[in-house]
Design a protein around this ligand. Sequence first.
Ligand SMILES: [Zn+2]
Ligand SMILES: [Zn+2]
Length: 178
Amino acid sequence: MSETRKIGCACGQTRLELKGAPIVVTECLCNSCRAAAARLAKLPGAKNLLTSYEATLTADYRKDRVRILSGAEHLKEFRLTADAGSRRVVATCCNTPVFLELKGAHWLSIYLHLWPDDTRPKAELRTMVADLSDASKLPDDIPNLKSHTVSFYAKLLGAWIGMGFKNPKIAVAGTIDA
Ligand SMILES: [Zn+2]
Ligand SMILES: [Zn+2]
């Protein structure tokens, strides 16, 4: 639990420190993750977040276990629509998407491409598979769930209890359009 890990954007200017293990590591197939990835991939120099079967890989971390070490001035938020509650935060030094923050969430879904290949956590399950028009291309190495399970929410709730039901605010330096 005391293990800390440092990860960062492609160019190295924006660095994060993570404490302990993630709450859960998932591959998301939902419509908004796929739409956001398609738009963020158009930013200059950006790499596409999606796997060959259009999954977005994230590790969910309690907000109080994530620290910005450097590059906070590069962090800008992207919303799919002006009134969207959820935001994706991008390191604009090299246009690397850093995390997804769902509206009201006490965790951040940190994109797995920030980890070097050899230390990247392995996804435990795929979620929101029902959003795909054709799910037959998905590998069957881990569970392919139509939506989210009770145990998934239980893990998130357990983390929030551990945080004393606090929800720290994550400040960013501005907004970005894509
Ligand atoms: Zn960068
Ligand atoms: Zn999603």
